[in-house]
Design a protein around this ligand. Structure first.
Ligand code: FES
Ligand SMILES: [Fe+2]
Length: 330
């Protein structure tokens, strides 16, 4: 399989209204549209009219069809086209498979056999969906998300304190199709209200346990805390699925779907507020990661020649699987 054969999120569902939206994924320009406002029927085409090359995303949707603004040819979501001036013509738009799931719009090349990525969220409450763009290639962006050595410096909240990094356990295991990293260490100090929000205590052990998959490239994080005395798990936990979507060879979109386990303030009826706060701090961390990635002096994806740390083992394992599973080479 090649890149576009895998399911990729390309938009948050609420970013797609009644107008067709241009998107760029794996350096391909596509247009995505709803066949009618608020309806489940979606269409996705290469963003170029098969007649004379107009951008279809400049058009509009009429009677469930995307109408090209140049000569009015129109296309049904399956790509079947009509020309008002030549009714016998049978033009065809280059259509992609498209679905709306987990509050995101996903596309893949029509007819590819890729299976839809699974995210087990039973028992969890949706906290939010976000999209951020990193000015870095896919591999370099993923690198940031599969090691915790950056968390003392880059993260405001989730992570380990710099002076205690030597104690942090980092265990890496892999299969042909996945790379798992288990991290355990002391949670870095937080502002007091966050202990309440997360239902944890100062001095708690923070577990950050994630697995990265490669069709498409995404990581599912399990983040929870232990009482250091008893190793009892605290009631709250986060599960965050992050999808890494190459926009071009130099830019990567990061779609994060975040869930929390225990309704923290159910008894006060304040859960909606708690989720809003949780979403805000996930966004804060993502922004910090993305800002940092934009500042890298060297964004080469090649690892040879770099001096790597004990936390960087997943980087090479991920690269191999990106090449073989995601890009379908070798
Ligand atoms: S270019 Fe689209 S109808 Fe002519
Ligand atoms: Fe990070």
């Amino acid at each position: 399989m090649a890149e576009l054969d895998h399911w990729h999120p390309v938009l948050l569902a609420d970013e797609l209204g009644g107008k067709p939206a241009p998107v760029r994924v794996c350096d391909r320009e596509l247009v995505v549209f709803r066949a009618s406002k608020g309806e489940a029927t979606l269409g996705a085409f290469a963003d170029v009219c098969p007649h004379r090359g107009m951008r279809l995303s400049e058009g509009c949707v009429e009677a469930g069809r995307l109408v090209c603004p140049y000569h009015g040819w129109s296309f049904a979501p399956n790509g079947e086209g009509r020309s008002p001036a030549t009714p016998a013509a049978r033009p065809c738009a280059d259509a992609f498979d498209v679905v709306e799931r987990f509050g995101l719009i996903w596309i893949k090349r029509r007819g590819s056999s890729a299976t839809f990525p699974t995210i087990d969220v039973s028992g969890y409450h949706l906290v939010g969906k976000t999209r951020h763009r990193a000015d870095a290639p896919l591999e370099v962006t993923l690198d940031n998300f599969i090691e915790v050595e950056h968390t003392p410096e880059v993260h405001a909240l989730l992570g380990y304190p710099r002076e205690r990094m030597p104690e942090v356990i980092c265990e890496v295991t892999s299969t042909e199709s996945s790379v798992r990293v288990f991290n355990e260490g002391p949670q870095k100090a937080l502002p007091r209200p966050l202990y309440t929000l997360l239902q944890i205590e100062p001095g708690d052990i923070f577990i950050d346990d994630w697995t990265t998959w490669f069709s498409p490239v995404y990581t599912v994080y399990e983040q929870y805390w232990l009482d250091p005395a008893t190793r009892q798990q605290r009631p709250n936990a986060l599960r965050i699925a992050i999808f890494f979507v190459p926009v071009t060879a130099e830019q990567t979109d990061i779609f994060a779907i975040s869930y929390a386990l225990a309704p923290p303030w159910e008894r006060y009826g304040l859960n909606a507020f708690a989720y809003l706060l949780t979403r805000a701090f996930v966004v804060l961390e993502l922004r910090r990661d993305v800002t940092l990635l934009g500042k890298l002096a060297d964004k080469k994806t090649e690892l040879r020649g770099r001096t790597l740390s004990r936390f960087d083992k997943p980087l090479g394992l991920a690269r191999k699987r990106i090449e073989s599973i995601y890009r379908g080479r070798g």
